[in-house]
Design a protein around this ligand. Structure first.
Ligand SMILES: [Zn+2]
Length: 413
């Protein structure tokens, strides 16, 4: 059944279309070449008989597969992104299929210094015998997220050719510019009209991501007192020295990106700037529990207070700006979204491995825009690099999961 998916053939074609996002541009999509893939996807959806598929002026592809069930089934959306990361070239990608890979180092022909080995990529050990797709050494592969695109296209084709598979209304959404943080900026949620969603943009087979950081930005500013340096005795207060004292008082063995993992949060100075009269540190604050962001911000306030007290005459203020929130807060209100995904993994023969994302995702933003949206694996690995690879069998497994998932939503109504 899996060969029928054609998912490898799709990926090999889609990655040859350059869709690199451009962070310097303010247009949507940020690079007009992203339309080349979006337009092709619409054409292929039309060929499958999905006549409503279309791309809008911003490069978003919308399509709907009508329900074939008598029941009132929640509308399920599958979402992935067509752009690739600007960190690594996506021009003239030459995909290579390593059939039934034997576990030996993969030396990429266009730059033999690029070697993909089990040593550096331990996940590959589990993939010996799979068909592995790589780039050729000069570019990224673009499995992030054309693996997701291919999986959704294969799902669509399967559903329209297997009408015995019962499902509610299925929506398909392909977005531009995810890699530059704008993937959901121009989604028309009204038009999408979906109840629940799943992004296909995860890595290892079996992984299911339903949590991400909650995030604030925080600015701590110190104010000093200026004076002529030759006659400053007893008058001058140097804001830079207050800031340095403050930075030095930050925890160094916990609450830092470099000392935390898993569910641990952090306070992280990303930039400092200033002069004699005013000096500022900008922080990002991260935790999986939104309430704990407040604790971290209180810690910064307490340390700033101590620093200012050490330099009489100085003052400080702390500004907090909310950035994004843990999608788990939304998913917990819609428990079936994760429950049905877990069931689908199990029916596809997988043990779901529920993981958290130490960052933000488009699915998180969609969740807070009203579409609860965890992230399903695609097999894309070593993303944003020349060593990027994907297992064909992982992609096929993801199609299996999606086919099970649409049926579970139908059955549980
Ligand atoms: Zn991605």
């Amino acid at each position: 059944m899996t060969n029928e998916y054609n998912v490898a053939e799709r990926l090999m074609r889609y990655v040859q279309i350059d869709t690199t996002a451009n962070p310097e541009s303010d247009t949507t999509p940020s690079s007009s070449k992203q339309f080349n893939l979006s337009n092709l996807l619409v054409k292929e959806l039309h060929e499958m008989g999905i006549a409503n598929a279309h791309v809008d002026e911003y490069g978003y592809v919308y399509a709907e597969i009508p329900s074939n069930s008598d029941k009132n089934v929640p509308v399920v959306c599958f979402c992935s992104h067509v752009d690739t990361a600007p960190d690594c070239s996506g021009t003239d990608v030459k995909p290579i299929l390593h059939k039934a890979w034997n576990g030996n180092d993969i030396v990429l022909p266009d730059d033999t210094s690029v070697v993909i080995s089990i040593n550096e990529h331990p996940y590959l050990k589990q993939r010996i015998g799979d068909d592995i797709i790589t780039a050729s050494g000069k570019t990224l592969l673009g499995a992030d997220d054309k693996a997701g695109v291919s999986i959704i296209m294969s799902l669509a084709n399967y559903l329209v050719t297997h009408t015995e598979v019962k499902h509610g209304t299925i929506k398909i959404l392909f977005t531009p510019d995810e890699e530059i943080g704008r993937g959901v900026d121009k989604v028309d949620m009204k038009k999408l009209a979906a109840d629940v969603g799943y992004t296909l943009d995860g890595g290892e087979r079996g992984s299911l991501e339903g949590e991400n950081f909650s995030a604030d930005a925080c600015t701590v500013t110190f104010y000093g007192i200026s004076a002529h340096p030759g006659y400053a005795k007893g008058k001058m207060v140097n804001a830079q020295k207050v800031l340095a004292y403050f930075i030095n008082s930050l925890p160094s063995n916990h609450l830092c990106p470099e000392t935390t993992e898993g569910y641990q949060g952090f306070v992280h100075p990303v930039q400092i700037q200033g002069g004699l009269e005013q000096a500022t540190a900008t922080f990002i604050i991260r935790d999986f529990e939104t309430a704990r962001l407040k604790d971290h911000e209180q810690l910064l306030t307490n340390l700033a207070e101590q620093a200012a007290a050490h330099f009489p005459g100085s003052r400080f203020d702390v500004q907090v700006k909310a950035q994004y929130r843990n999608m788990k807060e939304v998913l917990d209100q819609h428990p079936m979204v994760m429950q049905n995904a877990i069931k689908a993994y199990e029916r596809a023969g997988l043990t779901p491995h529920i993981t958290n994302i130490r960052g933000g995702t488009d699915g998180a933003r969609l969740s807070f825009m009203g579409l609860p949206c965890p992230n399903i694996f695609t097999g894309e690995m070593a993303i944003h690099s020349k060593q990027e690879y994907v297992s064909v069998q992982d992609m096929e497994k993801a199609v299996d999961v999606c086919i099970e998932l649409v049926q579970i939503w139908e059955e549980t109504q």
